[in-house]
Ligand binder design. Structure first.
Ligand SMILES: *Cc1c(COP(=O)(O)O)cnc(C)c1O
Length: 406
C-alpha cells in the first residue's frame, strides 16, 4: 500500500494506534468509523463491503436491528450482577441455547479462548471423576494446524511458530495429529485420553474442509473409547456454513460444543460450552467461573442471537448465497487462484504467487471497496456477514477478480 493512497486523517489515526497500541496485529490501512449490515464506512466517508465480518463475530450484520434493540433495552435495565446473584436474563439464554444445540446445559463465558479453556478443564475433570483416569495423567488429542485461541495453555498445542514462540514453558497433556486423518486420531487415543478437540472446519488455517467421513469416524472412535468429542465451533458455528453447526453438515453430535464469536451478535463478547449434565455436571460451586460470564447484557444479546438462529433464516441465506459465492470464485481457478475451498458463506482461496501475496491482493481489494483478510501468506479468507445481498457478493467476487490482475 503506497503512503499517498492513505488520506492524512487516516494516516494520523493509524500513527496514533502504532504509537500507543501494542503491535500484535497488522491491520489493513483503513480506519472504520461506522457500519450497517455488510457495509463499513471509514473516517473519510468511504464505503466498503465487509468480507471478514470480524472473523464471523458479525455473522448477522453490523448493528443488526433486532440485536441492537435488545441490547439497548437491556442497557436500560441491568448490565452486570456477577454470578454471585441470579439475573433474570441468564435462564432464558441458557435454556434457549441448550435447546438450539440439543443439549441440557450451558456454561457461559466471554471470549472464545475462555470457552476452549473451560472445555479443556471440564474434560480433564470428567476424565478423573467419571472415566477414572489416574490423577494428572489425562491427555487430549488435537489436530495439526489448529487455532483455538491465544492463552498459554492453548498456544501450548499450536503448531504455528508465531502463536507459540516465546511463550513457554507450555502446558503438557496434548498430542497433535494430522487434521482430516481419523486413523491418526484413533492411534493417538489411549486409556488416559479424555477428549479429542477439533475444529470441524479449520478457519484460521485457511478454511480447511476435512473429508466428509472424518468427523463421523472420529465420533465413532471417541464413543467406542469413552473419550469426549469437543468441537470448536467458535468460527464455524451459528450459521456461517449454511447450518447451525458445521457438525450438522456431516450428521455428527459432539459431547461438547464450544461457541463464541457470533454468539455475541457483534455487540459484546459471549462464549459458551454446551453439553449434557453428565459432562458439564462435574463443575460444582467454586470450581470454575468468570466475573463477566453470562452477564445480563451478554445473556440478553445471546438469547436474541439464538432466537434469530432458531428461525433458520440466516442458515438458509448462507447456504443459498454460498452457492453463488463458490460459483463466482471457481471462475478464477487457474486465473489468479490455485485453490478454492468454500462452505456456506465461508471461503478460503489460495492466490497464485504470480498475482502477488494474499496481503497485496487484500490491499488491492480494499482500494476496490472490499475488505477481506489474508492468512498464511497466500490465502485470502472471505466471510461476509450473512445478511449480505447477492449483488454485494457479486461485487466482492468482482473486486477479488480485479485484485488478481494487478
Ligand atoms: C476466534 C477463535 C477462537 C478464539 O476466540 P477469541 O474470542 O478470539 O478468544 C477459538 N477457536 C476458533 C476456531 C476461533 O476461530
Amino acid at each position: 500500500m503506497e503512503e499517498k493512497e492513505i488520506s492524512p486523517a487516516q494516516r494520523a489515526a493509524i500513527a496514533e494506534v502504532e504509537r500507543h497500541a501494542a503491535h500484535n496485529y497488522h491491520p489493513l490501512p483503513v480506519v472504520i468509523a461506522d457500519a450497517e449490515g455488510a457495509t463499513v464506512v471509514d473516517i473519510d466517508g468511504r464505503r466498503y463491503l465487509d468480507c471478514l465480518a470480524a472473523y464471523s463475530a458479525v455473522n448477522f450484520g453490523h448493528r443488526n436491528p433486532r440485536l441492537t434493540a435488545v441490547a439497548h433495552a437491556q442497557l436500560d435495565r441491568l448490565t452486570l450482577t456477577s454470578r454471585a446473584f441470579h439475573s433474570a436474563a441468564l435462564g432464558p439464554f441458557c435454556s434457549a441455547l441448550a435447546e438450539l444445540a440439543g443439549k441440557e446445559m450451558v456454561l457461559p463465558m466471554n471470549t472464545g479462548a475462555e470457552a476452549v479453556e473451560s472445555g479443556i478443564k471440564v474434560a480433564r475433570k470428567w476424565g478423573y471423576e467419571v472415566k477414572g483416569v489416574a490423577t494428572d495423567r489425562a491427555n487430549i488429542v488435537v489436530a495439526h494446524g489448529n487455532f483455538h485461541g491465544r492463552t498459554t495453555t492453548i498456544v501450548s498445542f499450536s503448531d504455528d511458530p508465531d502463536a507459540f514462540t516465546g511463550y513457554g514453558p507450555f502446558t503438557p497433556g496434548f498430542r497433535s495429529v494430522p487434521y482430516g486423518d481419523a486413523a491418526a486420531v484413533a492411534e493417538a487415543i489411549d486409556d488416559d485420553t479424555v477428549a479429542v478437540l477439533l475444529e470441524p472446519i479449520q478457519g484460521e488455517a485457511g478454511v480447511i474442509i476435512p473429508p466428509g467421513d472424518y468427523l463421523p469416524q472420529v465420533r465413532d472412535v471417541t464413543a467406542a473409547r469413552d473419550v469426549l468429542l469437543i468441537v470448536d465451533e467458535i468460527q464455524s458455528g451459528l450459521g456461517r456454513t449454511g447450518a447451525t453447526f458445521a457438525c450438522d453438515l456431516v450428521g455428527v453430535t459432539p459431547d461438547l460444543y464450544l461457541l463464541g464469536k457470533a454468539l455475541g451478535g457483534g455487540i459484546v463478547p459471549v462464549s459458551a460450552v454446551v453439553g449434557d449434565a453428565d459432562v458439564l455436571g462435574v463443575l460444582r460451586p467454586g470450581q470454575h467461573g468468570s466475573t463477566f460470564g453470562g452477564n445480563p447484557l451478554a445473556a440478553a444479546v445471546g438469547l436474541a442471537v439464538v432466537e434469530l438462529l432458531a428461525t433458520g433464516e440466516m442458515q438458509l441465506r448462507a447456504k443459498t448465497l454460498g452457492e453463488s459465492l463458490r460459483e463466482g470464485l471457481t471462475a478464477y481457478l487457474g486465473h489468479g487462484l490455485t485453490a478454492v475451498r468454500s462452505v456456506g458463506l465461508w471461503a478460503g482461496v489460495d492466490v497464485d504467487p504470480a498475482a502477488g501475496t494474499a496481503r497485496e491482493v487484500c490491499e488491492r481489494m480494499m482500494r476496490g471497496g472490499v475488505l477481506a483478510k489474508d492468512t498464511h501468506g497466500q490465502t485470502v479468507r472471505l466471510a461476509p456477514p450473512l445478511v449480505v445481498t447477492e449483488a454485494e457478493l457479486d461485487r466482492a467476487v468482482a473486486a477479488l477478480g480485479s485484485a488478481l490482475r494487478p
